[in-house]
Design a protein around this ligand. Structure first.
Ligand code: UGA
Length: 309
């Protein structure tokens, strides 16, 4: 049997595949179609730590149109492929969110109807929108604020429908703003670090008082592997957050300390679709997966800065 990681050339997918190869006896099949949402050369570079491993096989496939024969031998499919990013999902950009999140997930689910494998779906805190309570439990009413969040919620609901009605053994992890080495270049920490290294001002959206439950990538990977391993996942949906909320201004202060100089900040207007706050209630992940985040924001940021030097 093998395990499959879709979106293997992406930020979290590449870390997950490495962890699976390091920890488990199975072979890992990595799937990615190398979209150009950001520089495909960065994705190829994410793959470089995997391609030399004899237990790793890469297949360049587009889940929205190609066959998914790889599910036949898979004991578990970790489905991380998708169109990410909150702020690009307005206007004409929406079509690729529908295609790469909803259509691709639906095709994968159809392929999995004939298989006995388990599915772990990478969902997002963006399904909550401006939540009705903080910390937010998995049972809070989802009310996404962005088209991206709507497509993630729709994909998640598709997964749950196949679990309820087609017997699929599925689990969903709702990641909260994941960061660390190889973070996507469009995300806040990557942009802040790159700007500071070029000696340019960092751009913040709004007043910088918005909070996120920033999650270090090794913690996100750990929760994901556990979600794929537990025999009884109970209610199936798990928040995966960093364990403490911070404002964007807090992040800039910590980053300034790490870099040894205060950052030059330029304020831009708030961006449509960006929620004010996220904050995960982690009780279910703790009780069912035996998982809690371990990496503090300061240590995680230090690791990301070091990796981008
Ligand atoms: C991130 C990912 O991009 C989504 O794919 C993911 O699903 C989502 O987390 C999630 O957890 O649900 P976001 O929280 O917007 O979305 O992550 P960042 O791009 O790292 O932004 C964090 C905060 O920094 C936001 O408040 C954003 O407005 C702010 N920001 C971002 C800036 O102030 N300046 C920037 O240059 C970029």
């Amino acid at each position: 049997m093998t395990v499959v990681v879709t979106g293997v050339a992406g930020f979290i997918g590449s870390h997950l595949a490495r962890r699976l190869l390091d920890q488990q006896v199975q072979d890992v099949v990595g799937i990615d179609c190398l979209t150009d949402y950001y520089e495909p050369s960065l994705k190829r570079s994410n793959l470089s730590g995997l391609l030399g491993d004899p237990r790793f096989r890469f297949e360049q496939l587009d889940l929205a149109q190609d066959g998914a024969d790889f599910v036949a031998d898979a004991s578990c499919v970790y489905h991380l492929a998708g169109q990410p990013g909150v702020r690009m999902s307005w206007g004409d950009g929406f079509a690729s969110y529908v295609r790469n999140n909803i259509v691709a997930t639906h095709r994968l689910l159809e392929a999995m109807r004939e298989s006995t494998g388990r599915l772990v779906f990478a969902s997002s805190s963006s399904v909550y929108g401006d939540a009705d309570r903080y910390p937010t439990t998995e049972d809070s009413l989802p009310q996404p604020s962005s088209p991206y969040g709507v497509t993630k919620l729709c994909s998640e609901q598709l997964v749950m429908a196949y679990a309820r009605s087609a017997g699929l053994d599925a689990r969903c992890v709702r990641y909260f703003t994941v960061y660390g080495p190889r973070q996507r270049p469009d995300m806040a920490f990557s942009r802040f670090i790159a700007a500071a290294q070029r000696g340019e001002p960092v751009e913040i959206y709004g007043d910088g008082q918005q909070t996120r439950d920033f999650t270090y990538v090794s913690d996100a990977v750990d929760a994901t592997v556990r979600a794929g391993s537990v025999t009884d996942a109970g209610k199936r949906i798990f928040n995966v957050g960093g364990g403490s909320r911070a404002t964007v201004l807090d992040v800039l202060r910590i980053l300034g300390d790490i870099l040894g100089k205060p950052l030059d900040v330029r304020r831009l207007p708030p961006q449509p679709g960006d929620v004010r706050d996220t904050g995960a209630d982690l009780s279910r992940a703790r009780d069912t997966l035996g998982w809690s985040p371990r990496v503090t924001l300061a240590n995680g940021l230090r690791a990301q800065v070091k990796a981008s030097a």
